[in-house]
Design a protein around this ligand. Structure first.
Ligand code: TYD
Length: 214
């Protein structure tokens, strides 16, 4: 029995986290067993690693260190939370996964997408997502949303300059070209509209028999 592993990707301010919650709600309403998670997903070891990565005072952090730490946190979250849920036949909705590292560390930080892919391959073995939704919005629009939503806590990566976010966006576009598993969702309309598009993209991957019997 294997579940369905769906990852949500995009630049900062794309609204993917709100859409994930909405899609999760709809799937549960339909009777599907769903796990909504995000790296590091409340896994103690992974939370500690993430704290080291995102602490704003850690300005000395080397790019490769950052990439290795993300891969380490990913591994722990995968093994402790995602794989057990998939083994139970659940639909796992995960906010960010390997493509975030390829875009942020591999491309925007300039470490090289191939090298970052290799360390992630070591971290996740064969557990690639079945489907990835890329929430497409330009960095200008995404950052304007964050600005409008100022209550949100800012992390070390939110504080990067606009050209960093432009590179992240460019990288996601390249990934879309490379991988059939990635589907593009226009993230500019309202959360309701974007959620409906995301749900529609997931529907063909759902088992056609009774929900709960993946
Ligand atoms: P988070 O608070 O989760 O932001 P968001 O709501 O945009 O997902 O912060 C995660 C930050 O870490 C975000 O700026 C993207 C970045 N990141 C990487 O650079 N590499 C990665 O592998 C992951 C998972 C996240």
């Amino acid at each position: 029995m294997t579940g369905l592993f769906i990852t949500f990707e995009g630049g900062d301010g794309a609204g993917k986290s709100s859409v994930l919650r909405e899609v999760g709600r709809r799937l549960k309403e339909e009777g599907y067993p769903v796990l909504e998670t995000r790296e590091p997903g409340g896994i103690e070891i992974a939370e500690k690693i993430r704290h080291v990565i995102l602490e704003p005072s850690h300005t000395a952090m080397d790019g490769r260190t950052e990439a290795l730490l993300y891969a380490a946190a990913r591994r722990q979250h995968l093994v402790e939370k995602v794989i057990p849920a998939l083994e139970k036949g659940m639909i796992v909705l995960c906010d960010r996964f390997i493509d975030s590292s390829l875009a942020y560390q591999g491309y925007a930080r300039g470490l090289g997408m191939d090298d970052v892919y290799r360390i992630n391959e070591f971290a996740i073995e064969d557990q690639m997502p079945d489907l990835t939704l890329f929430f497409d919005i330009t960095p200008e629009e995404g950052l304007a949303r964050i600005e409008a939503n100022k209550g949100r806590e800012q992390n070390r990566l939110d504080l990067e300059k606009i050209d960093f976010h432009e590179k992240v966006y460019e990288a996601y576009k390249k990934l879309v070209e490379c991988y059939d598993r990635i589907q593009v969702i226009d993230a500019r309309p309202s959360i309701e509209t974007v959620s409906a598009s995301a749900y529609a993209a997931i529907t063909p991957h759902l088992p056609s028999d009774t929900p709960g019997m993946l």
